[in-house]
Design a binder for this molecule. Structure first.
Ligand code: SF4
Length: 213
């Protein structure tokens, strides 16, 4: 990465972290996913039961494998080979786990966190239930404001997730949201965390790399 891009990412990342802290979230800016991983592992006891929300960012980081290798119980409903009922049971366990980890669809420069979900299990666990929530977001998730975050995510990034899930929604043909009405639609619930939820400990790591989508 050239020095100007690096400067820009650091500037936006640090500015976003300051705004998150002002909104009562725990927050830190780290340059790399490796640094984020080290800080996350230091926060999570080995005996903790950890829920993993659907997140390409965590998948890219190898979070489930890393946690399992150190002895954590991990509830990851996207593990290959799960029967639908097993996947559903893991989603329910995530709602009351010790630590829930996920990414965010957008984090705004004024410190708000925007997410769009299909079933809603991920956004539910981010708000109440788990004792601790850890959110990891690359600088590519930073948005100017809530409207910008919603638009960028739903219009242009959701179709990538639909493609990843191998669904045949119209956005897979067009590359942009067509506001479909199909049962396979993944954009049914939008949440905006304006401030840290009152009784949930939420820690956000903004990473100076592009992670997820
Ligand atoms: S609403 Fe439908 S068309 Fe739009 S991004 Fe979501 S799944 Fe795709």
């Amino acid at each position: 990465m050239n020095e100007f891009t690096s400067w820009h990412q650091d500037t936006l990342g640090e500015r976003t972290v300051k705004a998150l802290i002002k909104n009562n979230f725990g927050a830190a800016y780290v340059k790399t996913a490796k640094e984020a991983m080290d800080k996350i592992l230091a926060l999570v006891p080995k005996e903790a039961a950890v829920g993993i929300g659907g997140s390409w960012t965590l998948s890219e980081m190898g979070m489930t494998k890393t946690l399992e290798a150190r002895g954590n119980t991990v509830y990851d409903h996207n593990k290959p080979g799960l029967a639908p009922e097993e996947s559903m049971a893991l989603r329910r366990k995530q709602l009351t786990c010790d630590v829930f980890m996920t990414s965010a669809n957008a984090v705004t420069l004024d410190g708000q966190i925007v997410n769009v979900d299909g079933a809603g299990n991920r956004v539910a666990a981010m708000i109440f239930g788990p004792k601790k929530v850890i959110i990891v977001a690359g600088v590519n998730k930073i948005a100017r404001d809530v409207a910008d975050g919603q638009n960028a995510h739903k219009a242009l990034r959701c179709p990538i997730n639909v493609k990843r899930l191998n669904r045949q929604n119209p956005c897979v043909q067009s590359g942009e949201c067509m506001d479909c009405q199909l049962p396979t639609r993944i954009c049914n619930v939008t949440t905006i965390m304006h401030k840290k939820p009152a009784v949930t400990d939420v820690q956000v790591f903004i990473v100076g790399e592009d992670l997820g989508f």
